[in-house]
Design a protein around this ligand. Structure first.
Ligand code: SF4
Ligand code: SF4
Length: 456
């Protein structure tokens, strides 16, 4: 889509500012962000004495969240640790003893919630009878995933399912490590997820450099191998969804780690009990891949990996461009954490509320050629309803715009805020059309990246 399409009218057109002109005159080279094509070595970290298994927040409206276990109770792998209303939730990843229930930070952002403290007595235990993923009924498979606590977040009707076996950001190689460890499992997981979604087009997306080998490993399975460029942001789920979308089609993109968790729940009857996490340093370079027990606190991960955070350092889950700031080392690894980064104090300039200087760098760098500076201004002044005309829906949330902004404006945060506000308004309109207004819900936390590369 062209810039003009996102900038209707004379006032909406991005302006070629002095900085942008200077940049072109000085032939400042375009920044490139290559992705790693070799995984970092994998180290198995021993489980800590106590795991913090996050249940959820108890202060949101809706059915009540409660723990279903008490201190000193022995639990088996797969035993639900909590309930929402009458629904059992969060199966225990392993057998063990309950040490207590307490408030804990949510690694996905937002307010704290309830966590069950579990002293593990096993590792990767079988909790349920194995099922054959190609013969079991889809209903049985869905029940199995629910019992095992695997959330695939498949849409209602997807005709294409992509299992994304490439990592989202530079330096992260957790997915690549899983893919190369067992390509055949990645292929079986792709078929399983496609079956669950009722999709007749299973796709396994891998880095171009790995496509030939994976194509051989998956030969005869009826899976399409989608090669991806090893350059940010080509492997972001939003960018991959665009690659496979044909007119009228509805693709679903599922990360490999989650698809493998589904496969393990079905084939082996296991609740996901660990995941591979890449630890990155302040420059985004990999320190290594580590297999970590679910529920391990971030502080315990760093300690086991020999990394020592100091006062003033920033802790981020995810990568340089889209990572989430963590305010406590007590937040614990869950299925969403693929990377953990320690940013030394003073490495980056803080975000600022300085005005936009119209340099146009954000426009230059945007893969979708969106006027990010305009989107930010609208969001800044709560003019959210104007953002869709400027291409808000086309933003793949890569954060490149914020990376190059000399004013250090928090562009991605503003864009995410606008998306959230537009979605909330649409939900209210839909509720109004459907009937009586439900009780207000606590909004989901906005993913707030804190670390981006500065140009200075
Ligand atoms: S985050 Fe910024 S650079 Fe990336 S697509 Fe959105 S507007 Fe463009
Ligand atoms: S938002 Fe930042 S990068 Fe974009 S035009 Fe304004 S100052 Fe430049």
């Amino acid at each position: 889509m062209t810039t003009a399409a996102h900038a209707p009218g004379a006032t909406g057109r991005p302006r070629l500012g002095l900085f942008r002109l200077l940049r072109r005159l000085l032939a400042v080279p375009e920044a490139r962000y290559p992705l790693a094509v070799e995984p970092a070595p994998l180290t198995e970290l021993p489980a800590p004495d106590t795991l913090a298994i996050f249940l959820g927040r108890s202060d949101v409206s809706g059915p009540r969240l409660s723990p279903s276990v008490t201190a000193d109770q022995e639990v088996a792998a797969g035993q639900p640790l909590g309930t929402v209303g009458d629904l059992p939730i969060v199966p225990s990843p392993t057998a063990g003893r309950i040490a207590g229930v307490k408030q804990a930070p949510d690694v996905r952002g937002g307010k704290p919630g309830l966590a069950v403290l579990l002293e593990p007595a096993g590792n990767g235990d079988t909790a349920f009878a194995p099922l054959d993923p190609s013969c079991a009924s889809v209903d049985d498979l869905r029940v199995r995933l629910r019992k095992a606590g695997v959330q695939l977040e498949l849409p209602e009707a997807a005709d294409t399912v992509v299992v994304l076996a490439a990592d989202p950001e530079p330096g992260i190689t957790a997915a690549l490590s899983l893919l190369l460890d067992d390509p055949s499992a990645a292929a079986r997981a792709t078929l399983l997820v496609a079956r669950l979604a009722g999709a007749d087009r299973p796709v396994l997306a891998v880095l171009e450099a790995r496509a030939a080998a994976i194509r051989m490993a998956a030969a005869g399975a009826g899976i399409e191998i989608l090669p991806l460029a090893a350059e940010y942001p080509a492997t972001l789920p939003e960018a991959v969804a665009r690659r496979v979308r044909v007119k009228g089609a509805r693709p679903a993109v599922i990360p490999l780690a989650r698809a493998l968790a589904a496969l393990g729940a079905v084939e082996l009857g296991r609740v996901p009990s660990s995941r591979v996490v890449t630890i990155l340093d302040s420059s985004g370079a990999s320190i290594g891949n580590f297999r970590v027990s679910m529920g391990t606190r971030l502080g315990d991960v760093f300690a086991a990996a020999g990394v020592e955070p100091e006062p003033g350092d920033k802790i981020v889950t995810g990568g340089l461009f889209r990572g989430l700031a963590q305010y406590s080392l007590d937040a614990a690894v869950d299925a969403t954490v693929d990377a953990l980064m320690l940013i030394k104090k003073g490495t980056f300039r803080d975000w600022s509320d300085e005005p936009c200087v119209n340099c146009g760098w954000c426009l230059d760098v945007c893969p979708e050629k969106l006027p990010a500076h305009q989107l930010t201004r609208f969001a800044e002044f709560s003019l959210f309803d104007r953002t869709p005309d400027y291409g808000l829906d086309d933003c793949i949330e890569c954060g490149l715009c914020a990376t190059v902004c000399p004013a250090r404006r928090p562009i991605l945060q503003h864009i995410r805020l606008a998306k959230r506000e537009i979605a909330a308004t649409a939900a209210i309109v839909a509720d109004d059309t459907a009937g009586p207004t439900p009780a207000p819900r606590e909004p989901d936390p906005i993913a707030v990246p804190v670390a981006t590369v500065t140009k200075d």
